[in-house]
Design a protein around this ligand. Structure first.
Ligand code: OXD
Length: 306
């Protein structure tokens, strides 16, 4: 079995070392133009040239949760695309989102500023029942986030294509229930896959349907949000602010107005990092299963886009 590694912004050595240790019979190498034909690929944001030169690939393992960048390329039609399932990301996503919700709910930014300025002040406690959190996208990550929020006793709404039964979650389904979902969610958490249907979904019209004082947390993709619309709704006072981990262009350009809006908290696409050991354990088990001709989970539905 030959495995080709083609991952942008990723040091290859630890991945190669683990692949070689776990699959000693495999030939593992970093892809270079002109490299020998491989059976399997391990990729993150690879160039089109990689697939143009490797049309025989049987399976493509994406070392991230989102496959939008990959699905923009022309892929070998016979190759199954396998994404990471959880692999240590769900708990990270849950802690990131809970942290952002609690920081906003408990006015912790304001307390931090006051303490730095030497002010011993109190803000009135907020009603948890007024802080329903709406989670868009209830895949592996979204379901874990919703579960963690429910542990903090926030009312939790979930929006997905198909009904979801989960303890502590009120399920809203499809386009018909989208406006109702928005109107009943004081905090909106975006965990949707980026597809042609979801690009720009969070715009003036949809974000304007959140209750006054609404708050947005985006941990999915920057292109879900129309930046100028989000900013205008914060600056008009309709929305209280946002926590954003993902952006249309990353790194966020120095001149982008998000840098200068104090009601927006920014982080550099770090809400759920790919963990080498967890990812490798999962990937190697799936590679071995495929080699035995067995089915694997986490196969991307290319037509649906996730
Ligand atoms: C992603 C990731 O898909 O970081 O954004 O895994």
């Amino acid at each position: 079995m030959r495995i080709s590694f083609c991952c942008a912004n990723t040091a290859p050595e630890p991945w190669l070392a683990r692949l070689r240790a776990a699959l000693p019979q495999a030939e593992v190498s970093v892809w270079q133009p002109g490299a020998a034909a491989a059976d399997l690929a391990v990729v993150w944001q690879p160039p089109q040239a990689f697939f143009d030169e490797q049309p025989q690939l049987k399976a493509i393992f994406n070392i991230g949760a989102g496959v939008d960048a990959l699905l923009k390329l022309r892929l070998p039609p016979q190759a199954v695309v396998v994404r990471l399932e959880d692999a240590g990301m769900a708990v990270q996503m849950a802690e990131y989102v809970c942290h952002a919700v609690v920081r906003h709910f408990r006015d912790l930014n304001a307390y931090a500023a006051d303490m730095q300025a030497g002010h011993w002040t109190f803000y009135p406690p907020r009603q948890r029942s007024d802080f329903a959190v709406g989670v868009m996208g209830l895949g592996v990550l979204g379901a874990r986030v919703a579960q963690a929020l429910a542990q903090f006793e926030f009312p939790v709404n979930g929006w997905s294509r198909t009904p979801k039964a989960q303890a502590g979650l009120t399920s809203f389904v499809g386009a018909a229930q989208f406006n109702d979902f928005l109107a009943r969610s004081r905090v909106l958490v975006n965990l949707l896959p980026l597809t042609p249907e979801t690009v720009n979904l969070l715009n003036h019209d949809t974000l304007g349907r959140l209750p006054r004082g609404g708050y947005v947390i985006n941990v999915a993709r920057g292109a879900h949000v129309v930046d100028a619309d989000l900013l205008a709704l914060i600056q008009s006072g309709h929305l209280a602010g946002a926590t954003l981990d993902v952006f249309r262009t990353e790194p966020l350009p120095a001149e982008h107005p998000f840098w200068h809006e104090p009601r927006i908290t920014l982080t550099p696409h770090t809400s759920a990092r790919t963990l080498l050991d967890d990812s490798m354990t999962q990937m190697v088990a799936k590679m071995a299963a495929l080699a035995r001709g067995e089915p694997v989970t986490g196969v991307v539905n290319v037509a649906k886009g996730y």
